[in-house]
Design a protein around this ligand. Structure first.
Ligand code: PMP
Length: 436
């Protein structure tokens, strides 16, 4: 009997070791880490340089409380993150995970509003569907009923606008009118709430788990930035999944040259070597909060030197190996191969994503874009068939009956084109026989 409990009740193999894009269970079976865990292990497993950096730090100090000590790895990592972030985003606040990064962003935004005489602003508009984390504040921003509803009224939902799912709505994602159409929904929501009550808008530049690698339509990102500016609303990018290099750039927002006010990163930032996340913010926001007495927020383990040493070594490995370039190149090959599957399998309705953040969506009817019937077991069976082939991919059943049944195919950024072939062979065999 296991004493652990999770959301899933599925029995899983016991992990023994992992190296590169491969993982082995205790019986010696090999798996391809086809979704980098949950889009975490961006540079693959057991990277020798990262392990060496962690060992070296371990020998010096594993913990120094941040209110008692500055640490070298912390300072160096913050400087590195600032150098990789857009102009003006120079302030870094470390945390230990994605939910903490999102909550930190919202609390910084709120404190900034208060100290700058705008205390009436408190609402944070997000999108539907979306996922911003599991803690109660981040859940309030999350648009995914099965995960949020059981916790109301403890967790009061914030306003939501529809995510720009052009494909699902039958709109052309390459037409700037489509981007304008969805951005107009943000403006309408701000006006409905009363602009003086709206603190921030939060979105994932390239959508992750809840929405399957959604790439916004043409014109959307710039229009959203302009609307936030027009009403004095902060733009928060949740780059917990899209940040860290996976999309071929350090941040997803970089793909459109859109600079947010605050960014949340995690997952691939620690890349599975350490629980690590960060909030990166514009200096003007942080300076105002610091001048008023400091940021009223913190987590005990945040910024510990071991996690920071790991994070620094991960970023150095990404630079040394040109891994963002590889994510873009091998990701394009993988995306084309996934798109080619649409010719063979009518139940694949859409293939999308950027770099190594890729997904395919499964539908009952490609023409009408009708989602799978609720409770369909075939979807879970597909995950199991992939497992049987030795391929792990991340799945998300829409559960509530709304569209969005998808699989994320997001191997580590080190994946070679030969390994893309290996992934595709296994995936093809798993898909063969799926019946929606
Ligand atoms: N935001 C996004 C976009 C995420 O994908 C996740 C995790 N799936 C989170 C926040 C929460 O991160 P964590 O699980 O590390 O708290």
């Amino acid at each position: 009997m296991s004493h652990l409990f999770y959301l899933s009740t599925a029995q899983r193999p016991v992990l023994d070791r992992a190296e590169g894009i491969y993982m082995w269970d205790r019986t010696g079976r090999r798996f391809i880490d086809g979704s980098s865990g949950a889009m975490v292990s961006n540079i693959g497993h057991s990277n020798p340089a990262v392990l060496a950096a962690m060992r070296a730090q371990m020998e010096r100090a594993t913990f120094g409380y941040r209110l008692h000590f500055e640490t070298e790895p912390g300072e160096q990592l913050a400087a590195k993150v600032a150098s990789l972030s857009p102009e003006g985003m120079e302030k870094v606040f470390f945390v230990s995970g994605g939910s903490e990064a999102v909550e930190s962003a919202v609390k910084l935004a709120r404190q900034w509003a208060v100290v700058s005489g705008q205390a009436s602003r408190w609402k944070v508009i997000s999108r539907f569907p979306c996922y911003h984390g599991s803690t109660l504040g981040a859940l309030a921003l999350t648009g995914y009923d099965p995960l949020t509803d059981p916790f109301r009224p403890m967790m009061v939902a914030m306003p939501k606008i529809p995510a720009p799912r052009a494909w699902l709505d039958g709109l052309n994602p390459d037409d700037p009118a489509t981007g304008a159409h969805y951005a107009a929904m943000l403006e309408a929501q701000i006006l409905a709430e009363g602009p003086e009550t709206v603190l921030a808008f939060i979105q994932e530049p390239v959508g992750g788990a809840s929405i399957g690698a959604l790439v916004p339509p043409a014109g959307y990102m710039a229009a959203v930035r302009a609307i936030c500016d027009k009403y004095g609303i902060l733009l928060i990018h949740d780059e917990v999944m899209s940040g860290g290099g996976r999309v071929g750039r350090f941040l997803g927002g970089d793909l459109w040259g859109v600079v947010p006010d605050i960014v949340a990163i995690s997952k691939g930032f620690g890349a599975g070597y350490a629980p690590l996340g960060a909030m990166v913010a514009q200096s003007r926001i942080v300076d105002a909060v610091q001048a008023a007495g400091g940021f009223l927020h913190g987590h005990t383990y945040a910024g510990n030197p071991l996690a920071c040493a790991a994070g620094l070594a991960v970023l150095e490995e990404i630079e040394r190996g040109g891994l963002m370039g590889n994510a873009a190149r091998a990701g394009a090959v993988l995306k084309a191969r996934l798109a080619a599957l649409m010719q063979r399998y009518g139940f694949i309705g859409d293939v999308r994503g950027e770099g190594m953040l890729l997904a395919f969506e499964i539908v009952s009817n490609r023409k009408t874009r009708e989602p799978l019937p609720p409770g369909l077991k075939a979807f879970d069976d597909l995950v199991e068939r992939a497992y049987a082939e030795g391929l792990i991919i991340y799945s998300r059943r829409s559960r509530g009956g709304y569209a969005g049944d998808h699989f994320l195919v997001c191997p580590p950024m080190i994946t070679t084109e030969a390994q893309v072939d290996e992934i595709m062979e296994k995936l093809d065999r798993a898909l063969d026989g799926f019946a929606a």
